[in-house]
Design a protein around this ligand. Structure first.
Ligand code: NAI
Length: 257
């Protein structure tokens, strides 16, 4: 009989950043539905609290924290207070992110670059460093970083985002190699076009044309279609997958024509 590691997330203590909306929200909800204790964090407490309240109302275990991932001091204090509240930490999902398109030689590019790298890349390493002492105490420590298919291919006018997201894939590989001997897995999920707050400004007909032209599934994805994969990477049984970058993109990266 093979040694069976658990596929259950019951009782695991997890942090999700940017969990007030979109894929972060779906990730928090799925974790909670599977019996995990979820720290729902976002830029504003109100946004996080709305999600945590909804989870608790439907019988799950969640608590909200204000955590601006662009703020180094806030990361350091809030991650500690989450771990102390739950009495440990088993998984971190670095999901919070922003978008921003501009031409490389436009005014304001440098400011956009600084903010993009801070929120979409530097934040990931800072949260991991703050969480590491607690992850080291976990029986199945897991880190999942959310990047994008923009880390693997590129779109014009999106260079700061693309650079930050490609950085996330490099950080993932390097930390997987560094932390593997401690049993900590570090993986990266690259969503394709997903209907969330980030893409809500794109008119529906544009979304449809893009998805038909570019994806194998011929449609935008739903937040939970990404969140299920993110959550699955945090199962105790997912103990021998690390350092990988998984597109969850409806076949966007696979399709040529
Ligand atoms: P969303 O806009 O619905 O959710 C993002 C959440 O992050 C929001 O709740 C927002 O308040 C939060 N956030 C933004 N800045 C923050 C900060 N400084 N501190 C804390 N929270 C902050 O967007 P979505 O699509 O769910 O984005 C989740 C992740 O997926 C992001 O990293 C994004 O770059 C990535 N992604 C999204 C794609 C899409 O098509 N929607 C495609 C590829 C990647």
């Amino acid at each position: 009989m093979a040694m069976m590691e658990s596929r259950s997330l019951k009782g695991l203590k997890v942090i999700v950043t940017g969990a007030a909306s979109g894929m972060g929200r779906a990730t928090a909800e799925i974790f909670a539905a599977e019996g995990a204790h979820v720290a729902v964090t976002d830029y504003t407490l109100e946004g996080a609290a709305a999600v945590a309240d909804a989870i608790v109302a439907s019988g799950g275990s969640a608590k909200a924290w204000k955590l601006d991932v662009g703020d180094k001091a806030e990361i350091e204090t809030v991650v500690v207070s989450i771990a102390q509240h739950f009495g440990g930490l088993d998984a971190v999902v670095n999901n919070a992110g922003i978008s921003g398109f501009t031409q490389i030689d436009n005014e304001g590019y440098d400011e956009l670059w600084e903010r993009m790298i801070r929120v979409c890349l530097t934040a990931h390493q800072r949260i991991i460093r703050a969480a590491l002492p607690y992850l080291r105490q976990s029986k199945s420590p897991r880190i999942v970083n959310i990047a994008s298919t923009e880390a693997l291919g590129a779109t014009a006018l999106d260079s700061a985002y693309s650079a930050a997201k490609a950085g996330v894939t490099g950080l993932t590989r390097a930390l997987a190699v560094e932390l593997g001997k401690e049993g900590i897995t570090v993986n990266c999920v690259c969503p394709g076009p997903i209907s969330t707050g980030m893409t809500q400004g794109i008119p529906d007909d544009h979304k449809e044309i893009y998805a038909k032209r570019r994806t194998a599934m011929r449609r935008y994805g739903r937040p939970e279609e990404v969140a299920h994969i993110t959550v699955s990477l945090c199962m105790p049984a997912a103990s021998y997958i690390t350092g990988v970058t998984i597109p969850v993109d409806g076949g966007l990266m696979a399709r040529n024509a």
